[in-house]
Design a protein. Structure first.
Length: 239
């Protein structure tokens, strides 16, 4: 496929047009970034691991009735996805205090958050992806009230499903970020990816991070930890 088909290049993935209408090809890259691109590094093997973890998660969610954009995995780095008009929102869900939540609210890292907290960040590089609320979203016409409620309900269902899955894998799902889009057929689908790049996963016993915080905090090689996440999940699904 030629570069003419490249329609979007992101920090961790590229999107290409295909011959099939309504179907795009998503390619996982090895690039890791932190601090909105301030820290950037090529990490061989990361793309393959993220795709494998994402495939497992998206398949598990789809089997539980969550609509996702995933159509077919082509190979270790490439998959076909439904074309969707993306909501310019990062939907963050938190079960325990970590990251920006700790900084913003001054609570202790690891504090459990009863019933969880759902946050929206507006995807706008020039503004540094600011925190926004429901009223801001309506004002910006980023989503309608009905779409907002659907996105929130899907996110909470996804959280319940994934907390349970990761618990079986000996991992605590601390927080994560999702992105949603609307297909031409009008369906709201979970898009982008779910991987340790955009979730915090702590070992149940040691509370050690098995996610991109290792990269963000310069704590060494992420690959063995991403491999461990994959093998723990595979052990569950193959059981
Ligand atoms: P935060 O604590 O930095 O706000 O991040 C919350 C969760 O969302 C964490 O699992 C990392 C993920 N996340 C992304 O994947 N991309 C982003 O741009 C941000 C801000 C967070």
């Amino acid at each position: 496929m030629t570069d003419q088909n490249l329609i979007y290049t992101g920090k961790a993935k590229d999107l290409y047009r295909t011959d099939q209408p309504g179907i795009l090809k998503m390619v996982y890259k090895n690039q890791a970034t932190a601090g909105n691109g301030a820290k950037k590094e090529e990490i061989p093997g990361k793309g393959v691991l993220n795709q494998a973890i994402n495939q497992l998660i998206f398949t598990y969610l789809a089997e539980a009735g969550i609509p996702t954009h995933l159509v077919e995995v082509l190979n270790a780095r490439e998959e076909l996805v439904k074309e969707a008009q993306m909501f310019p929102l990062e939907v963050v869900f938190r079960n325990y205090a970590a990251g920006s939540f700790v900084k913003r609210l001054g609570v202790e890292k690891g504090t459990p958050i009863e019933d969880g907290v759902l946050e929206f960040f507006y995807k706008a590089d020039a503004l540094n992806d600011p925190f926004i609320n429901d009223d801001d979203i309506r004002f910006l016409q980023v989503a309608t009230e009905a779409e907002l409620q659907e996105i929130k309900a899907l996110t909470r269902r996804i959280n319940t499903l994934l907390v349970d899955l990761f618990k079986q894998a000996g991992l605590i799902l601390v927080d994560f970020k999702l992105e949603f889009g609307r297909t031409a057929a009008g369906e709201i689908v979970l898009a982008d990816e779910f991987s340790p790049d955009n979730a915090r996963l702590w070992d149940v016993e040691t509370k050690a991070s098995f996610d991109k915080d290792i990269f963000r905090n310069d704590e060494g090689d992420i690959i063995p930890f991403y491999e461990a996440v994959l093998s723990r999940l595979e052990a569950l699904t193959q059981a």
